[in-house]
Design a protein around this ligand. Structure first.
Ligand code: PMP
Length: 406
Protein backbone atom coordinates (compact mmCIF):
# COMPACT_ATOMS: atom_id res chain seq x y z
CA UNK A 1 0.00 0.00 0.00
CA UNK A 2 1.35 3.41 -0.97
CA UNK A 3 1.58 6.16 1.67
CA UNK A 4 -1.32 8.62 1.59
CA UNK A 5 -0.93 11.23 -1.14
CA UNK A 6 -3.72 13.77 -1.40
CA UNK A 7 -3.02 14.51 -5.07
CA UNK A 8 -3.30 10.83 -5.93
CA UNK A 9 -6.49 10.33 -3.87
CA UNK A 10 -8.15 13.30 -5.57
CA UNK A 11 -7.93 11.41 -8.87
CA UNK A 12 -10.34 8.86 -7.39
CA UNK A 13 -13.08 11.52 -6.94
CA UNK A 14 -14.16 12.77 -10.40
CA UNK A 15 -16.43 15.53 -9.08
CA UNK A 16 -13.42 17.33 -7.61
CA UNK A 17 -12.49 18.34 -11.19
CA UNK A 18 -15.76 20.27 -11.64
CA UNK A 19 -15.86 24.03 -12.04
CA UNK A 20 -18.48 26.14 -10.28
CA UNK A 21 -19.29 29.63 -11.64
CA UNK A 22 -16.15 29.30 -13.76
CA UNK A 23 -13.91 28.61 -10.75
CA UNK A 24 -12.39 25.28 -9.68
CA UNK A 25 -14.69 23.65 -7.13
CA UNK A 26 -13.52 23.76 -3.51
CA UNK A 27 -15.78 21.36 -1.67
CA UNK A 28 -15.88 22.19 2.05
CA UNK A 29 -19.35 20.73 2.73
CA UNK A 30 -18.34 17.20 3.63
CA UNK A 31 -20.30 17.33 6.89
CA UNK A 32 -23.50 17.48 4.86
CA UNK A 33 -22.41 14.78 2.41
CA UNK A 34 -19.15 13.39 1.11
CA UNK A 35 -18.23 12.91 -2.56
CA UNK A 36 -17.95 9.46 -4.15
CA UNK A 37 -14.90 7.67 -5.54
CA UNK A 38 -15.06 6.19 -9.04
CA UNK A 39 -15.01 2.62 -7.77
CA UNK A 40 -18.17 3.21 -5.71
CA UNK A 41 -19.93 4.82 -8.67
CA UNK A 42 -18.78 1.98 -10.96
CA UNK A 43 -19.90 -0.66 -8.47
CA UNK A 44 -23.50 0.58 -8.73
CA UNK A 45 -23.39 0.43 -12.54
CA UNK A 46 -21.83 -3.05 -12.46
CA UNK A 47 -24.52 -4.27 -10.07
CA UNK A 48 -27.36 -3.09 -12.32
CA UNK A 49 -25.63 -4.29 -15.50
CA UNK A 50 -24.71 -7.77 -14.24
CA UNK A 51 -26.12 -8.74 -10.84
CA UNK A 52 -29.51 -7.18 -10.14
CA UNK A 53 -32.44 -9.13 -8.83
CA UNK A 54 -34.35 -9.12 -5.55
CA UNK A 55 -32.51 -10.62 -2.58
CA UNK A 56 -33.16 -13.52 -0.20
CA UNK A 57 -36.16 -15.11 -1.89
CA UNK A 58 -35.08 -16.42 -5.27
CA UNK A 59 -33.74 -19.76 -6.39
CA UNK A 60 -32.38 -18.39 -9.67
CA UNK A 61 -28.82 -17.31 -10.46
CA UNK A 62 -29.25 -13.52 -10.33
CA UNK A 63 -31.15 -13.59 -7.05
CA UNK A 64 -28.36 -15.70 -5.60
CA UNK A 65 -25.71 -13.29 -6.96
CA UNK A 66 -27.49 -10.21 -5.61
CA UNK A 67 -28.00 -11.86 -2.21
CA UNK A 68 -24.35 -12.82 -2.03
CA UNK A 69 -23.19 -9.29 -2.84
CA UNK A 70 -25.68 -7.77 -0.37
CA UNK A 71 -24.59 -10.09 2.45
CA UNK A 72 -20.91 -9.57 1.58
CA UNK A 73 -21.53 -5.84 2.07
CA UNK A 74 -22.93 -6.57 5.53
CA UNK A 75 -19.73 -8.45 6.33
CA UNK A 76 -17.63 -5.53 5.02
CA UNK A 77 -19.51 -3.14 7.34
CA UNK A 78 -19.09 -5.47 10.33
CA UNK A 79 -15.35 -5.74 9.65
CA UNK A 80 -14.91 -1.97 9.20
CA UNK A 81 -16.58 -1.03 12.48
CA UNK A 82 -15.17 -3.97 14.44
CA UNK A 83 -18.38 -5.89 15.06
CA UNK A 84 -17.80 -9.59 15.73
CA UNK A 85 -20.69 -10.72 13.50
CA UNK A 86 -22.64 -9.41 10.50
CA UNK A 87 -25.79 -10.39 12.40
CA UNK A 88 -25.33 -7.15 14.36
CA UNK A 89 -25.51 -5.01 11.20
CA UNK A 90 -28.96 -3.77 10.14
CA UNK A 91 -29.15 -1.89 6.85
CA UNK A 92 -31.23 1.30 7.18
CA UNK A 93 -31.93 4.38 5.09
CA UNK A 94 -29.44 6.40 7.14
CA UNK A 95 -28.69 7.85 10.55
CA UNK A 96 -32.19 9.27 10.99
CA UNK A 97 -33.78 5.93 10.13
CA UNK A 98 -31.40 4.11 12.52
CA UNK A 99 -32.24 6.37 15.47
CA UNK A 100 -35.98 6.12 14.76
CA UNK A 101 -35.66 2.33 14.64
CA UNK A 102 -34.03 2.26 18.08
CA UNK A 103 -36.36 4.88 19.56
CA UNK A 104 -39.33 2.88 18.38
CA UNK A 105 -38.20 -0.73 18.94
CA UNK A 106 -36.03 -0.37 22.03
CA UNK A 107 -38.56 2.23 23.19
CA UNK A 108 -41.25 -0.47 23.23
CA UNK A 109 -39.29 -2.25 25.98
CA UNK A 110 -39.32 0.83 28.28
CA UNK A 111 -41.89 1.97 30.83
CA UNK A 112 -43.39 5.28 31.94
CA UNK A 113 -40.97 7.25 34.10
CA UNK A 114 -37.85 5.83 32.44
CA UNK A 115 -35.42 8.52 31.36
CA UNK A 116 -33.57 9.22 28.13
CA UNK A 117 -30.45 11.34 28.24
CA UNK A 118 -29.29 13.26 25.16
CA UNK A 119 -26.95 16.25 24.93
CA UNK A 120 -27.31 19.91 24.02
CA UNK A 121 -25.38 19.43 20.77
CA UNK A 122 -27.59 16.79 19.15
CA UNK A 123 -28.77 16.89 15.56
CA UNK A 124 -32.57 17.15 15.30
CA UNK A 125 -32.61 13.48 14.29
CA UNK A 126 -31.30 12.59 17.75
CA UNK A 127 -33.85 14.80 19.52
CA UNK A 128 -37.22 14.44 17.81
CA UNK A 129 -37.47 10.59 17.73
CA UNK A 130 -36.91 10.59 21.52
CA UNK A 131 -39.49 13.34 22.04
CA UNK A 132 -41.99 11.26 20.06
CA UNK A 133 -41.16 8.24 22.22
CA UNK A 134 -41.55 10.29 25.42
CA UNK A 135 -44.98 11.48 24.30
CA UNK A 136 -46.04 7.98 23.30
CA UNK A 137 -44.93 6.15 26.41
CA UNK A 138 -44.64 8.74 29.18
CA UNK A 139 -40.85 8.80 29.37
CA UNK A 140 -38.71 11.75 30.45
CA UNK A 141 -36.13 13.46 28.23
CA UNK A 142 -33.06 14.94 29.94
CA UNK A 143 -30.31 16.99 28.35
CA UNK A 144 -26.61 17.17 29.23
CA UNK A 145 -25.63 20.82 28.66
CA UNK A 146 -22.93 22.19 26.38
CA UNK A 147 -20.31 24.64 27.68
CA UNK A 148 -19.32 27.88 25.94
CA UNK A 149 -16.25 26.26 24.32
CA UNK A 150 -18.45 23.61 22.68
CA UNK A 151 -17.62 20.70 24.99
CA UNK A 152 -20.10 18.72 27.06
CA UNK A 153 -20.56 19.76 30.69
CA UNK A 154 -19.30 16.43 32.02
CA UNK A 155 -19.45 17.68 35.62
CA UNK A 156 -23.26 17.37 35.30
CA UNK A 157 -23.18 13.83 33.93
CA UNK A 158 -23.15 11.98 37.26
CA UNK A 159 -26.08 14.07 38.45
CA UNK A 160 -28.14 13.37 35.31
CA UNK A 161 -27.43 9.63 35.18
CA UNK A 162 -29.40 7.38 37.52
CA UNK A 163 -30.90 3.91 37.62
CA UNK A 164 -33.93 5.50 35.85
CA UNK A 165 -31.78 6.27 32.78
CA UNK A 166 -32.74 3.75 30.11
CA UNK A 167 -30.55 5.07 27.32
CA UNK A 168 -27.98 7.76 26.66
CA UNK A 169 -28.09 8.82 23.01
CA UNK A 170 -25.33 11.13 21.90
CA UNK A 171 -23.35 12.38 18.98
CA UNK A 172 -19.78 11.11 18.62
CA UNK A 173 -18.59 14.17 16.67
CA UNK A 174 -20.75 17.30 16.56
CA UNK A 175 -21.75 18.26 13.02
CA UNK A 176 -21.96 21.92 14.06
CA UNK A 177 -19.11 22.41 16.55
CA UNK A 178 -16.69 19.77 15.33
CA UNK A 179 -16.25 18.63 18.95
CA UNK A 180 -15.11 15.04 19.42
CA UNK A 181 -16.93 13.83 22.52
CA UNK A 182 -15.24 11.60 25.13
CA UNK A 183 -17.66 8.80 24.35
CA UNK A 184 -15.69 5.97 25.95
CA UNK A 185 -15.87 7.68 29.35
CA UNK A 186 -19.58 8.47 28.90
CA UNK A 187 -20.35 4.87 27.86
CA UNK A 188 -18.60 3.53 30.97
CA UNK A 189 -20.53 5.88 33.24
CA UNK A 190 -23.84 5.06 31.55
CA UNK A 191 -23.21 1.33 31.84
CA UNK A 192 -22.39 1.74 35.53
CA UNK A 193 -26.04 2.78 36.13
CA UNK A 194 -27.37 0.12 33.76
CA UNK A 195 -28.20 2.46 30.87
CA UNK A 196 -27.67 1.58 27.22
CA UNK A 197 -25.78 3.93 24.89
CA UNK A 198 -26.50 4.91 21.30
CA UNK A 199 -23.72 6.66 19.39
CA UNK A 200 -24.65 8.89 16.48
CA UNK A 201 -21.59 8.29 14.32
CA UNK A 202 -22.86 10.29 11.32
CA UNK A 203 -19.88 12.65 11.57
CA UNK A 204 -17.27 10.30 13.03
CA UNK A 205 -17.51 7.42 10.55
CA UNK A 206 -15.64 9.47 7.92
CA UNK A 207 -13.04 10.98 10.25
CA UNK A 208 -12.11 8.55 13.04
CA UNK A 209 -11.33 4.86 13.39
CA UNK A 210 -14.37 3.19 15.00
CA UNK A 211 -14.43 -0.11 16.83
CA UNK A 212 -17.79 -0.91 18.38
CA UNK A 213 -16.33 -3.64 20.58
CA UNK A 214 -13.58 -1.39 21.98
CA UNK A 215 -16.12 1.41 22.53
CA UNK A 216 -18.61 -1.06 24.00
CA UNK A 217 -21.53 1.04 22.69
CA UNK A 218 -24.88 -0.74 22.55
CA UNK A 219 -26.07 0.95 19.36
CA UNK A 220 -24.23 2.88 16.68
CA UNK A 221 -25.78 4.53 13.65
CA UNK A 222 -24.44 6.27 10.56
CA UNK A 223 -25.33 7.22 6.99
CA UNK A 224 -23.52 5.81 3.96
CA UNK A 225 -23.50 9.15 2.15
CA UNK A 226 -21.26 10.69 4.82
CA UNK A 227 -18.60 8.04 4.20
CA UNK A 228 -18.16 8.06 0.40
CA UNK A 229 -21.19 5.81 -0.32
CA UNK A 230 -24.56 6.77 -1.86
CA UNK A 231 -27.56 8.38 -0.21
CA UNK A 232 -30.45 6.21 0.99
CA UNK A 233 -28.33 3.59 2.76
CA UNK A 234 -27.15 3.53 6.36
CA UNK A 235 -26.31 1.23 9.20
CA UNK A 236 -27.68 0.43 12.61
CA UNK A 237 -25.21 -1.60 14.63
CA UNK A 238 -26.66 -3.12 17.80
CA UNK A 239 -25.41 -5.76 20.19
CA UNK A 240 -26.84 -9.10 19.18
CA UNK A 241 -28.75 -9.74 22.41
CA UNK A 242 -30.40 -6.32 22.18
CA UNK A 243 -31.55 -6.90 18.61
CA UNK A 244 -32.95 -10.24 19.71
CA UNK A 245 -34.87 -8.65 22.59
CA UNK A 246 -36.36 -5.75 20.61
CA UNK A 247 -39.66 -6.02 18.71
CA UNK A 248 -39.55 -5.25 14.96
CA UNK A 249 -39.85 -1.64 13.82
CA UNK A 250 -41.81 -2.36 10.64
CA UNK A 251 -43.69 -5.41 9.42
CA UNK A 252 -43.69 -6.82 5.90
CA UNK A 253 -41.87 -9.13 3.56
CA UNK A 254 -38.36 -10.39 4.32
CA UNK A 255 -38.67 -9.85 8.08
CA UNK A 256 -40.85 -12.88 8.72
CA UNK A 257 -40.29 -16.56 9.33
CA UNK A 258 -43.92 -17.68 9.04
CA UNK A 259 -47.16 -15.75 8.66
CA UNK A 260 -50.64 -16.96 9.51
CA UNK A 261 -53.68 -14.78 10.17
CA UNK A 262 -53.46 -15.76 13.82
CA UNK A 263 -49.76 -15.23 14.44
CA UNK A 264 -46.52 -14.27 12.74
CA UNK A 265 -43.03 -15.37 13.70
CA UNK A 266 -40.05 -13.29 12.69
CA UNK A 267 -36.92 -13.92 10.71
CA UNK A 268 -33.66 -14.09 12.67
CA UNK A 269 -31.79 -10.83 13.23
CA UNK A 270 -30.81 -8.70 11.43
CA UNK A 271 -33.51 -9.49 8.83
CA UNK A 272 -36.20 -8.99 11.51
CA UNK A 273 -35.39 -5.27 11.13
CA UNK A 274 -35.27 -5.15 7.32
CA UNK A 275 -38.89 -5.27 6.19
CA UNK A 276 -39.48 -4.94 2.45
CA UNK A 277 -37.07 -4.91 -0.49
CA UNK A 278 -33.94 -3.20 0.79
CA UNK A 279 -31.64 -0.70 -0.93
CA UNK A 280 -29.57 -3.50 -2.45
CA UNK A 281 -27.33 -1.40 -4.72
CA UNK A 282 -26.81 1.12 -1.89
CA UNK A 283 -25.68 -1.56 0.54
CA UNK A 284 -23.31 -3.07 -2.04
CA UNK A 285 -21.90 0.39 -2.79
CA UNK A 286 -21.43 1.00 0.94
CA UNK A 287 -19.43 -2.23 1.15
CA UNK A 288 -17.38 -0.95 -1.80
CA UNK A 289 -16.77 2.39 -0.04
CA UNK A 290 -15.30 0.51 2.94
CA UNK A 291 -13.24 -1.69 0.59
CA UNK A 292 -11.92 1.56 -0.92
CA UNK A 293 -11.01 2.90 2.53
CA UNK A 294 -9.29 -0.37 3.40
CA UNK A 295 -7.25 -0.13 0.20
CA UNK A 296 -5.72 3.25 1.05
CA UNK A 297 -3.37 4.38 3.82
CA UNK A 298 -6.21 5.37 6.14
CA UNK A 299 -4.02 6.38 9.13
CA UNK A 300 -2.15 8.62 6.68
CA UNK A 301 -5.47 10.05 5.47
CA UNK A 302 -6.60 10.77 9.06
CA UNK A 303 -3.26 12.46 9.73
CA UNK A 304 -3.55 14.61 6.60
CA UNK A 305 -7.04 15.64 7.67
CA UNK A 306 -5.85 16.54 11.17
CA UNK A 307 -3.18 18.76 9.59
CA UNK A 308 -5.86 20.41 7.43
CA UNK A 309 -8.13 21.00 10.44
CA UNK A 310 -5.34 22.64 12.48
CA UNK A 311 -4.22 24.75 9.52
CA UNK A 312 -7.77 25.97 8.86
CA UNK A 313 -8.21 27.09 12.48
CA UNK A 314 -4.82 28.80 12.45
CA UNK A 315 -5.47 30.70 9.22
CA UNK A 316 -9.00 31.66 10.31
CA UNK A 317 -7.60 33.28 13.47
CA UNK A 318 -5.72 35.76 11.23
CA UNK A 319 -9.01 37.24 10.00
CA UNK A 320 -10.23 40.18 12.11
CA UNK A 321 -13.73 39.77 13.57
CA UNK A 322 -13.87 35.98 13.20
CA UNK A 323 -15.58 34.14 16.04
CA UNK A 324 -15.46 30.35 16.30
CA UNK A 325 -18.68 28.69 17.45
CA UNK A 326 -17.20 25.94 19.57
CA UNK A 327 -13.47 25.73 20.11
CA UNK A 328 -13.05 22.44 21.95
CA UNK A 329 -9.59 21.03 22.64
CA UNK A 330 -10.49 17.96 20.62
CA UNK A 331 -12.15 18.64 17.28
CA UNK A 332 -12.22 17.10 13.86
CA UNK A 333 -11.84 19.08 10.66
CA UNK A 334 -15.19 20.85 10.94
CA UNK A 335 -15.31 24.54 11.85
CA UNK A 336 -18.33 26.76 12.48
CA UNK A 337 -17.77 30.49 12.55
CA UNK A 338 -19.24 33.96 12.26
CA UNK A 339 -17.59 37.18 11.14
CA UNK A 340 -18.60 40.37 13.00
CA UNK A 341 -22.31 40.82 12.45
CA UNK A 342 -22.31 39.61 8.84
CA UNK A 343 -25.09 37.17 8.04
CA UNK A 344 -23.85 33.61 7.44
CA UNK A 345 -25.93 33.14 4.31
CA UNK A 346 -24.47 36.32 2.72
CA UNK A 347 -20.98 34.95 3.32
CA UNK A 348 -22.01 31.53 1.98
CA UNK A 349 -23.42 33.08 -1.21
CA UNK A 350 -20.29 35.14 -1.87
CA UNK A 351 -18.11 32.08 -1.27
CA UNK A 352 -20.25 30.07 -3.68
CA UNK A 353 -19.69 32.70 -6.35
CA UNK A 354 -15.98 31.96 -5.94
CA UNK A 355 -16.49 28.21 -6.39
CA UNK A 356 -16.47 27.34 -2.69
CA UNK A 357 -19.13 25.10 -1.17
CA UNK A 358 -19.73 25.68 2.56
CA UNK A 359 -22.94 25.21 4.52
CA UNK A 360 -24.72 28.01 6.33
CA UNK A 361 -27.63 27.96 8.74
CA UNK A 362 -28.54 26.04 11.88
CA UNK A 363 -27.19 22.66 10.67
CA UNK A 364 -30.25 20.90 12.17
CA UNK A 365 -29.09 21.92 15.66
CA UNK A 366 -31.54 24.70 16.53
CA UNK A 367 -31.23 24.25 20.33
CA UNK A 368 -27.48 24.89 19.98
CA UNK A 369 -28.22 28.08 17.98
CA UNK A 370 -30.61 29.18 20.73
CA UNK A 371 -27.94 28.57 23.37
CA UNK A 372 -25.32 30.60 21.48
CA UNK A 373 -28.00 33.21 20.58
CA UNK A 374 -27.10 33.16 16.89
CA UNK A 375 -29.24 32.64 13.76
CA UNK A 376 -26.77 30.18 12.28
CA UNK A 377 -23.13 29.76 11.36
CA UNK A 378 -20.92 29.32 8.34
CA UNK A 379 -19.54 25.79 8.47
CA UNK A 380 -16.46 24.57 6.63
CA UNK A 381 -16.20 20.79 6.91
CA UNK A 382 -13.22 19.08 5.33
CA UNK A 383 -12.40 15.61 4.06
CA UNK A 384 -9.09 13.92 3.39
CA UNK A 385 -9.26 14.87 -0.30
CA UNK A 386 -9.02 18.55 0.56
CA UNK A 387 -5.68 20.37 0.37
CA UNK A 388 -3.75 23.10 2.18
CA UNK A 389 -3.85 25.10 -1.06
CA UNK A 390 -7.67 24.93 -1.02
CA UNK A 391 -7.62 26.34 2.53
CA UNK A 392 -5.38 29.21 1.36
CA UNK A 393 -7.81 29.90 -1.50
CA UNK A 394 -10.75 29.69 0.90
CA UNK A 395 -9.15 32.25 3.27
CA UNK A 396 -8.50 34.56 0.35
CA UNK A 397 -12.09 34.19 -0.89
CA UNK A 398 -13.47 34.77 2.59
CA UNK A 399 -11.44 37.95 2.98
CA UNK A 400 -12.79 39.14 -0.35
CA UNK A 401 -16.36 38.35 0.72
CA UNK A 402 -15.91 40.21 4.01
CA UNK A 403 -14.54 43.26 2.20
CA UNK A 404 -17.50 43.26 -0.18
CA UNK A 405 -20.05 43.02 2.63
CA UNK A 406 -18.41 45.50 5.01
N1 PMP B 1 -26.63 13.21 13.03
C1 PMP B 1 -25.62 14.00 12.66
C2 PMP B 1 -24.56 14.35 13.65
C3 PMP B 1 -25.55 14.48 11.36
O1 PMP B 1 -24.55 15.27 10.99
C4 PMP B 1 -26.57 14.13 10.44
C5 PMP B 1 -26.55 14.65 9.02
N2 PMP B 1 -26.29 16.02 8.93
C6 PMP B 1 -27.60 13.29 10.88
C7 PMP B 1 -27.59 12.85 12.17
C8 PMP B 1 -28.70 12.86 9.97
O2 PMP B 1 -28.20 12.11 8.92
P1 PMP B 1 -29.16 11.65 7.71
O3 PMP B 1 -29.84 12.91 7.24
O4 PMP B 1 -28.20 11.11 6.70
O5 PMP B 1 -30.10 10.65 8.24
Amino acid sequence: MLPFDVHEIRKDFPILLESVHGKPLIYFDNGASSQKPTRVIDRITHYYEHEHSNVHRGVHYLSFTATQAYEAARQAVARFIGSSTPQEIVFTKGTTDGINTVAYSFGETLKAGDEILITGMEHHSNIVPWQLLCERRGLILKVLPVLENGTLDLAKLDHLLSERTAIVSLVHVSNTLGTVNPVKEIIEKAHAVGAKVLLDAAQSIQHLPINVQALDCDFLVFSGHKVFAPTGIGVLYAKHALLESMPPYQGGGDMIERVTFEKTTYAPVPLKFEAGTPNISGAIALGEAFAFLESIDLPGAYEHEATLGKYLRLRMKEIPGVRFIGDAPETCSTLSFLVGNLHPSDLGTLLDQQGIAVRTGHHCTQPLMTQFQIPGTVRASLAFYNTLKEIDNFIHALERAIKLLA
